[in-house]
Design a protein around this ligand. Structure first.
Ligand SMILES: [Zn+2]
Length: 406
């Protein structure tokens, strides 16, 4: 009975993803908004439609196959079978289940990333990833996933045995601090495998610096990252805290945009900084972590959830999988809220760029970004509401134009 309930919950979580992929697939035929008619020329647009159709068709297929395999592994008690190979005990049981689960998800990830990057994006001239970076990325992501899930399992194990139900707030607090440490370390971690050079002196750097000083803003550095080895996508982001805050511009961005457009993108990022969007997101994240703690508590305090899948008692590695199932149900509601907040923050950051005098440049920058990133010009409302952390391009440009008219 319990086993069936867990399998059904896992199935619901999987179906949710499949439905989103299907809506996404059907949205390729949505009409293009009036203000975006000049983003792609006819030839590129029909190429994009083919790309989008092929990519989303693959996503549907892949989510179905992944879902079936995950359900089959649960239904056949595969995880407890793996754990039983090793000597009984908390640690061997935990590690063996986690390693097994991470290996499985890594295999899915390798196939997904290979088909998406090396086959589909390659075919449409979108991929910059070489086989070497592909392999290095996969190994790194395997190790990171493994370490991260083992840390989470041991946190659940430790907190539950020490404080029982109080583990929910403590787990949330600990995970929150951990995520702060990660974002603190991110600037250092991202240096592995990427080259950063500071932006060369000149007109662009002066305009950027004058934007910063105008708002009494301090950053450690403005750096250019050699992202072009991996992708043709254009991006810029803030990392770190306080004095360590660094602004990173992708080299693609610097190479393909005019100084005004780069300033517009930068003013947008500055808007995020001025409105403290990162700390606000982190505050919301704390709620997310508390939810995670609650799900972890449920997963660990009910041994019957484990015995139903062939374990002798609570297996702390399996807790991680149960958490995945629980979060698959809860998370969509949370991301609904977080994405709505994030989209509002994006509009606000765009308004910053307009009020700095970069309204027109923002529009052309957004169009360039869309063109380079092969963005969906007319996504379905359902996908936007549930999944988009950024508003669709047409809406953003309309908002900028509205503000320019005032
Ligand atoms: Zn933004």
């Amino acid at each position: 009975m319990i086993k069936l309930a867990i399998i059904i919950l896992t199935l619901i979580g999987g179906l949710y993803g499949i439905v989103l992929n299907i809506v996404q697939h059907s949205s390729a035929s949505n009409p293009t908004p009036e203000n975006l008619k000049d983003v792609y020329d006819d030839e590129t647009y029909s190429k994009w439609k083919k790309y989008e159709a092929e990519h989303s068709r693959y996503s549907i297929l892949s989510s179905i196959v992944t879902g079936i395999i995950m359900l089959a592994l649960l239904a056949t008690d595969a995880y407890s079978a793996v754990a039983s190979i090793f000597p009984a005990g908390d640690h061997a049981g935990l590690i063996s289940v986690i390693v097994f689960a991470t290996l499985i998800s890594t295999v899915f990830e390798i196939i997904d990333s290979y088909v998406t990057n090396m086959i589909i994006e390659q075919k449409y001239g979108f991929n910059k990833m070489t086989v070497k970076t592909f392999i290095a990325d996969r190994i790194r992501s395997f190790l990171l996933n493994l370490i991260l899930s083992i840390i989470i399992c041991y946190a659940v194990f430790g907190f539950y045995s020490l404080v029982g139900v109080w583990m929910i707030p403590i787990f949330a607090g600990a995970m929150f601090c951990f995520s702060l440490v990660i974002s603190f370390l991110y600037p250092i971690l991202s240096r592995i495998g990427n080259k950063f050079t500071s932006l060369e002196d000149g007109e662009l750097k002066e305009s950027l610096m004058s934007l910063l000083t105008k708002h009494g803003y301090k950053v450690k550095a403005i750096e250019v990252m050699d992202a072009s080895r991996r992708t043709t996508k254009l991006n810029a982001y803030f990392t770190g805290f306080g004095k360590l805050k660094t602004i990173v511009l992708y080299d693609n961005l610097v190479n393909s945009m005019t100084p005004d457009e780069i300033c517009a993108v930068f003013a947008h990022e500055l808007g995020h900084g001025l409105h403290k969007d990162v700390p606000k997101t982190q505050a919301l994240n704390l709620i997310n972590m508390a939810l995670m703690g609650a799900v972890a508590f449920l997963a660990v305090s009910a041994p019957e959830l484990h015995t139903a899948f062939g374990f002798d008692g609570v297996n702390y590695g399996f807790v991680y999988l149960l958490m995945g199932t629980g979060l698959g149900i809860v998370q969509p509601f949370m991301s609904l809220l977080m994405n709505a907040k994030s989209r509002a923050a994006e509009y606000r950051a765009d308004r910053q760029a307009v009020s700095e005098g970069y309204g027109e440049a923002m529009i052309s920058a957004l169009k360039k970004l869309a063109r380079e990133n092969f963005s969906h010009l007319s996504p379905s409302k359902i996908n936007v509401v549930l999944e988009y952390s950024h508003p669709p391009l047409g809406d953003r440009i309309a908002a900028v134009e509205k503000q320019l008219k005032k």
